[in-house]
Design a protein around this ligand. Structure first.
Ligand SMILES: [Zn+2]
Length: 87
């Protein structure tokens, strides 16, 4: 079940003050991509650009499995960093 009131508050939160700042635009883009599972992870980049990525799909921070949109939320290195920045 999606809490739409909380989701709207999260999407509209601006930690940068100015509504037209580059940092705020970058944050909004990241929020939309993470919530729609469209972050350009190494798994997706390797699928779309195999000659550029050269079969490099493992998560760069932990090297334990393929970097996917689902792995980002379970990664033992990334998840603690995300939780720390939410404080
Ligand atoms: Zn990882």
């Amino acid at each position: 079940m999606i809490n739409w009131a909380l989701t709207t508050k999260w999407l509209n939160h601006n930690a940068h003050g100015s509504a037209t700042s580059d940092a705020h635009s970058k944050d909004v883009a990241w929020k939309i991509k993470t919530s729609t599972i469209t972050l350009p992870t190494l798994g997706i980049l390797n699928r779309n650009f195999p000659d550029i990525i050269k079969n490099r799909t493992d998560c760069l921070p932990c090297n334990s499995e393929m970097e996917t949109n689902h792995h980002i939320w379970r990664c033992p290195v990334i998840l603690p960093r995300l939780l720390t920045t939410c404080d």
